[in-house]
Design a protein around this ligand. Structure first.
Ligand code: HEC
Length: 173
């Protein structure tokens, strides 16, 4: 009994030492891992190229873009894009107002996307129509608010834009 006693206590003692050593090793390991993580994160955010406005915009920007024209159309509305692209590629023959509307403008003006005044919505159009067709055509050519210049139909001639505006105005009076 008296022989086993010191033995048991020295076992407990060495166990305590091992626990202490293990704890210290664990703490050191955690500190090293933390420093590794912090330094690699820090060097990443210090990359100046990653923080340019373009890079930021690319990271936080919308996943999909509505592109109304051209073969590179990135289309959430995949069905609509080929149609518009086909029109853009068609031989340069002046399109009438309705077909311009149907191919380009309706993307927003049929549904009211981006708060576009809807075709036929008299209340939305009345104050705009009052400004006169020339002013409306000028807004479309330049772009206005969420509407890109020429409503995105950059291949359209000014006359085609004018025809489309006249068509939309006539439908919305
Ligand atoms: C990407 C969506 C989009 C497309 C495509 C688009 N529009 Fe618009 N349109 C808008 C929005 C949004 C407004 C409202 C702008 C504002 O008042 O801030 C608007 C406004 C207008 C107005 C009123 C302008 C004014 O001065 O009040 C006219 C006219 C118009 N669009 C014609 C067209 C024509 C013609 C086309 C096709 C060639 C077209 N839009 C294509 C979004 C679009």
């Amino acid at each position: 009994m008296s022989a086993a006693q010191p033995n048991a206590s020295s076992n407990a003692f060495s166990l305590a030492i091992w626990i202490a050593v293990g704890t210290v090793a664990l703490v050191i390991g955690i500190i090293m891992l933390t420093r590794l993580a912090v330094s690699s994160y820090g060097s990443r955010s210090l990359d100046p190229a990653a923080m340019t406005p373009e890079a930021l915009a690319a990271r936080i920007g919308p996943v999909a873009k509505l592109q109304l024209e051209g073969a590179a159309a990135v289309a959430p509305a995949a069905a609509a894009a080929p149609k518009v692209a086909a029109v853009a590629a068609a031989p340069a023959k002046a399109k009438d107002g309705k077909s311009v509307y149907d191919t380009v403008c309706m993307a927003c003006h049929m549904t009211g996307a981006a708060n576009a005044p809807k075709l036929g919505d008299k209340a939305a159009w009345a104050p705009r129509i009052k400004t006169g067709n020339d002013a409306l055509v000028a807004s479309v050519l330049k772009g206005k608010g969420a509407m890109p210049p020429k409503g995105g139909g950059t291949a359209l001639s000014d006359a085609e834009i004018k025809a489309a505006v006249e068509y939309m105005v006539a439908q919305s009076k």
